[in-house]
Ligand binder design. Structure first.
Ligand code: TMP
Ligand code: MG
Length: 204
């Protein structure tokens, strides 16, 4: 059986990642795939609750301490994610280590230091970057509710994201309509799944 694909959606706040993740999961399910949604930060765990308290300004934490908590929140999901991928389930993931590095570096931490704790995490097979100018993000509902949602930081975050961008990233203009973004993302994801199935067959 072919391994499941790890499909990641990244981007700044309010770019529409969660909407697109939900639509992608639903569309792939409809086409008969085994697929699950993962979201980082996962606020349901003990570590996730500490992160939530920090993001909602209920708790203060040192910049490095919160960075490590975000990373630990990914590590605590690793065994289960690996098991699912091995079992042939595709994972659609809403934010991951790129967010971890982009936000903490934008706050002023050293880039290499920020990358280190995530070394060894399972890697995405396909990464979409939903790109939205900060001036557009600000106009969207809910912007400003959480700690990092301010223009200066978001602009720096976007710059670091673009610095981290790899050749394999698929850039999505998040000013497009929800449907047109969805069509593009679904098409690329299905193509990636097809390639994965072929690879799996050759490997046997
Ligand atoms: P969310 O809005 O997708 O739930 O993410 C909450 C905030 O946490 C968002 O501003 C991005 C930030 N973040 C980090 O700073 N580091 C991380 O590792 C992750 C996953 C998110
Ligand atoms: Mg948010």
């Amino acid at each position: 059986m072919a391994r499941g694909r790890f499909i990641l959606l990244e981007g700044c706040d309010r770019a529409g990642k969660s909407t697109q993740c939900a639509m992608l999961v639903a569309a792939l399910k409809e086409k008969g795939h085994s697929v699950e949604l993962c979201k980082f930060p996962d606020r349901t765990t003990t570590i996730g609750q500490m992160i939530h308290a920090y993001l909602t300004n209920a708790k203060e934490l040192d910049d490095r301490a919160i960075h490590l908590l975000f990373s630990a929140n990914r590590w605590e999901a690793m065994q289960s994610m690996k098991r699912k991928l091995k079992g042939g389930t595709h994972l659609v993931v809403d934010r991951y280590a790129y967010s971890g590095v982009a936000f903490s570096t934008a706050k002023g931490l050293d880039l290499t230091w920020c990358k280190n704790p995530d070394k060894g995490l399972v890697r995405p097979d396909l990464t979409f970057f939903l790109d939205l100018p900060t001036t557009e993000a600000e106009k969207r509902g809910g912007f400003g509710e959480e700690r990092y949602e301010n223009r200066e930081l978001q602009e720096r975050v976007r710059e670091v994201f673009l610095q981290l961008k790899g050749k394999e990233w698929v850039m999505i203009d998040a000013r497009e309509t929800v449907q047109s973004m969805h069509h593009r993302i679904l098409k690329e994801a299905e193509e990636n799944i097809r390639v994965g199935e072929l690879d799996g067959r050759f490997a046997e």
